[in-house]
Design a protein around this ligand. Structure first.
Ligand code: XMP
Ligand code: MG
Length: 182
C-alpha cells in the first residue's frame, strides 16, 4: 500500500467520524479533567500498545501533573473481530505497587481486553487505578468495564486513524474515520 488512504483487503477509510480539530479540543479538555483529578499527586500512565500511542502523546503533553509513562502490550485482535485469545507482547518496566495508575487506551469496545488488563494491574496493588479511553463503544460491552475518563462515545462502527488500525494500517491519519468496504 503506497497511499495512506489506500485499500487494504478490500477495505478503505470512508467518512470522517471525528475531525482533527474535534479531537484536539476534546483531548485538551480531558487533560484538564485528569490533571484536576490528580492534583498534588504523581501518576503513572500505562499506555496500551499499540493503538493508544498517538492519544498518549497528545494527552501527556497537556497534563499539568508529574507523570511517568510505561507501556503494556497485549495482542487480542485479529482484523475487525474481537477475540478471546490474549497474549502479552510488552510488559511494564517498573513496578506499580503504591502508584497512582491511569490506563490510557484508544478504545473501549467489548471490554474484554481492558478487564484482563485491569485485573493484571490490580494484582500489583497500585494506590489507585483508573482508566482513560479516547473512544467508548458502550453498545458492544460484554465485560463490566467503564472508563473514568472518556473522550467520545461512538456508535458501533469500526474506526481507524489517530492510532487505531485495520491490520496495522491507517494509524497515521490525524483524524478518526469509519472503515468501509470498497
Ligand atoms: P475490547 O473488545 O477487548 O477491544 O474492548 C479493545 C481493543 O479492540 C480494538 N478495537 C478497535 N480497533 N477500531 C480499531 O482500530 C475499532 O473500531 C476497534 N474496536 C475495538 C482496539 O485495539 C482496542 O484496544
Ligand atoms: Mg488497542
Amino acid at each position: 500500500m503506497t497511499d495512506p488512504l489506500g485499500v487494504v483487503n478490500g477495505m478503505r477509510v470512508g467518512r470522517t467520524l471525528l475531525t482533527q480539530e474535534a479531537i484536539e479540543s476534546r483531548v485538551s479538555q480531558l487533560a484538564a479533567e485528569v490533571s484536576a483529578r490528580y492534583a498534588g499527586k504523581e501518576v503513572t500512565l500505562v499506555s496500551i500498545l499499540k493503538g493508544s500511542f498517538v492519544f498518549l502523546a497528545d494527552l501527556t503533553r497537556r497534563l499539568t501533573i508529574p507523570t511517568r509513562v510505561d507501556f503494556l502490550g497485549i495482542s487480542s485482535y485479529q482484523g475487525t473481530e474481537s477475540s478471546e485469545d490474549i497474549r502479552w507482547t510488552t510488559r511494564l518496566t517498573s513496578p506499580v505497587i503504591g502508584r497512582h495508575v491511569l490506563v490510557v487506551e484508544d478504545i473501549l469496545d467489548t471490554g474484554r481486553t481492558l478487564s484482563r488488563i485491569i485485573d493484571h494491574l490490580r494484582d500489583q496493588e497500585p494506590a489507585s487505578l483508573r482508566l482513560c479511553a479516547l473512544l467508548d463503544k458502550p453498545n458492544r460491552r460484554v465485560a463490566p468495564v467503564e472508563a473514568d475518563f472518556v473522550g467520545f462515545t461512538i456508535p458501533d462502527v469500526f474506526v481507524v486513524g489517530y492510532g487505531l488500525d485495520y491490520d496495522g494500517w491507517f494509524r497515521q491519519l490525524p483524524y478518526v474515520g469509519v472503515l468501509e468496504r470498497v
